[in-house]
Every structure is written in C-alpha cells, then in structure tokens.
Design a protein around this ligand. Structure first.
Ligand SMILES: [Zn+2]
Ligand SMILES: [Zn+2]
Ligand SMILES: [Zn+2]
Ligand SMILES: [Zn+2]
Length: 153
C-alpha cells in the first residue's frame, strides 16, 4: 500500500492483511474477519457491534461515535444498527489475531524478525535495524541503524 507511512512510529500500526506472513494457510479464510470495517486495516483492540457483529478497532469506533454524535440522537453503528452497543470481539476473532505474524517494519532494512501484534512495541525498542541517533548526536551527527550506531562508538 503506497499511502502507508514509511515507519511504524505511530499508533495505530497501519497493518494490512498483505503484511501478514504467517500462518499463510489461514489467510484466505480470515481476511474479512480480522479487518476493521472502518479503516480496513488489521483490527487493533477489536470491538464489535452487538447486533450486526461487524468488527472495528477500538480507536475507530471512538472516532466514529464522536463524529456522529452531532448528527443523530441515538447511537448508531457504522452499519446503521440502532441503539448501538459495542462489545469486545468474539474470542475466536481475538485468538486469530493473536496467532498472526507480521514482518518487522524494518524488514526492508534487513531485520528478519516475525512479530505478533503484541510484540511490535517491545521490538521497536530493541530492533537492531531501527534507525536512531547517536547518544552524542549534538556533536556526532550519526543517525543510522541501531547496530551501526552501537558499533561506531
Ligand atoms: Zn451494527
Ligand atoms: Zn480500524
Ligand atoms: Zn526488527
Ligand atoms: Zn556518535
């Protein structure tokens, strides 16, 4: 996807089903189930409508509700269910999401690590291919991948 940010230093992560590496055999069947029906990215903190059971990211639902509050008297889900109540997505959906593995966002720079959704944040702090500045940047101006910054000192 070309409109995807180049780095992962943002929340949400903007992961699409095309970013899923494993398990491949699951992919064709789960695509519709693990995609947010608002942003069309892989679900993050999945919530569902208690009536139509469509899935949304928690942040996407919050934004949807804020925006529609000024137009409608009762809460509606993005699929127009009246009296919308959101609930945590079914266990099946959450389990499926937990099993998916994605490339490290620095795969293009050489990182070969596969990550589960919950591992992104932790890995960002230790990925040797993350671009960072030398701790003495004011004098040194070195800005490279972490393993190169560490070895240049
Ligand atoms: Zn609904
Ligand atoms: Zn979303
Ligand atoms: Zn990495
Ligand atoms: Zn330096």
């Amino acid at each position: 996807m070309s409109d995807k940010p180049a780095t992962w230093k943002k929340t949400p992560l903007y992961l699409t089903v095309g970013d899923i590496r494993e398990p491949k055999e699951l992919m064709p069947r789960v695509e519709g189930m693990i995609t947010c029906q608002i942003c069309l990215m892989v679900l993050q903190e999945p919530q569902e409508c208690d009536k139509c059971q469509n899935q949304f990211c928690k942040a996407c639902v919050a934004e949807w509700l804020t925006r529609q509050r000024s137009f409608y008297k009762s809460k509606e889900c993005p699929f127009r269910c009246r009296d919308f109540k959101q609930q945590r997505s079914h266990k099946f959906v959450r389990q499926m999401l937990a099993e998916l593995k994605f490339d490290c966002p620095n795969a293009g720079l050489g990182c070969g690590k596969l990550l589960e959704l919950t591992q992104f944040e932790g890995h960002e702090r230790e990925c040797m291919y993350e671009v960072e500045r030398c701790t003495a940047y004011q004098h040194c101006k070195v800005e490279r991948m972490r393993h190169e910054v560490l070895s240049h000192i």
